[in-house]
Design a protein around this ligand. Structure first.
Ligand code: ATP
Ligand code: MG
Length: 264
């Protein structure tokens, strides 16, 4: 008789729940969430990505996976959270696990803060099974989005070099502090022309935070603009599978290391 499969043991330390936020849309939150999870999976870390953008959920589209159940169904009580987990690239520990937002078509309304609370509580119950849980948030500064970020263990604010992205990143940081989060967020500058320019953008944001919010955000890293990123998205294939040797993936691996060494 075959041995029964081992019962998963609780991990020594529950996962860090990390919210990926931005303010401005289209700065690369979803792509970064997925690519960080790939990098952690390849390093043997167990990662779960939760698509918290119920309005325009699209991680499953970026990845070309077809989840059976999703966060929307779990939130409405039509299925439980476990059933909404879809393994990607072999699942957590090799690839990663995913809870898709809304796998059907059509946009839903944005989250109410009470939805964010319910989902955050359900996600927290999964923490003993993972090393890192990534919440891919919607763009904007709606109360529901801010609440998600405030309930996470740490927040990563993604910006680009564009002044509008930088202004919105600062607005997000300000609202987060108003919500009672005093720990400085991490910052990723994505689609940077080069590291020097990316660093300069971070320093601009850091200066505004130091002056008006009385803290210095932590630089998680600079990710350069790389034409292989849209190419991989068009092919609905994660970047490290389609282009294992790419500038942007090297950058994300560095960000993953920085975040996992000082995540909380
Ligand atoms: N490092 C990069 N180099 C080149 N292009 C990139 C990079 N990062 C992201 N992109 C491009 O930016 C686009 C938007 O990315 P993504 O959907 O992840 O943004 P988002 O912040 O999640 O958007 P939304 O706010 O709508 O949820 C992608 O389709 C991709 O083509
Ligand atoms: Mg997105």
């Amino acid at each position: 008789m075959a041995n029964p499969s081992p019962v998963p043991q609780p991990r020594v330390r529950p996962a860090t729940i990390m919210a990926i936020a931005s303010g401005k849309g289209g700065v690369g939150k979803t792509w970064l969430s997925v690519t960080l999870a790939c990098a952690w999976g390849r390093a043997g870390r167990r990662a779960l990505v939760v698509d918290c953008d119920l309005g325009l959920a699209n991680i499953d589209v970026q990845l070309g996976v077809r989840p059976v159940h999703d966060l929307h169904a779990a939130l409405r009580g039509w299925t439980d959270f476990d059933a909404a987990i879809t393994p990607v690239l072999g699942g957590a520990g090799r690839g990663f696990d995913l809870v898709a937002g809304h796998s059907g078509s059509g946009a839903l309304q944005t989250f109410k803060p009470s939805d964010a609370d319910a989902i955050s509580d359900a996600v927290r119950k999964l923490a003993p099974r993972y090393d890192t849980i990534v919440l891919d948030l919607a763009a904007g500064i709606d109360p529901g989005v801010i609440r998600f970020a405030a309930k996470a263990d740490s927040v990563v604010i993604v910006t680009t070099e564009e002044p509008t992205a930088l202004t919105d990143a600062y607005a997000f940081a300000k609202l987060l502090k108003r919500e009672g989060v005093t720990a400085p967020p991490h910052v990723v500058v994505n689609m940077a022309e080069n590291r020097i320019k990316g660093r300069r953008v971070f320093e601009q944001l850091a200066a505004a935070c130091e002056q008006y919010l009385q803290y210095r955000p932590r630089l998680a890293g600079i990710v350069c603009r790389d034409s292989r990123v849209p190419d991989a998205i068009r092919a609905q294939t994660p970047l490290p599978v389609r282009h294992p040797q790419s500038l942007a993936y090297d950058d994300v691996v560095r960000v993953a290391e920085t975040l996992s060494s000082g995540a909380r």
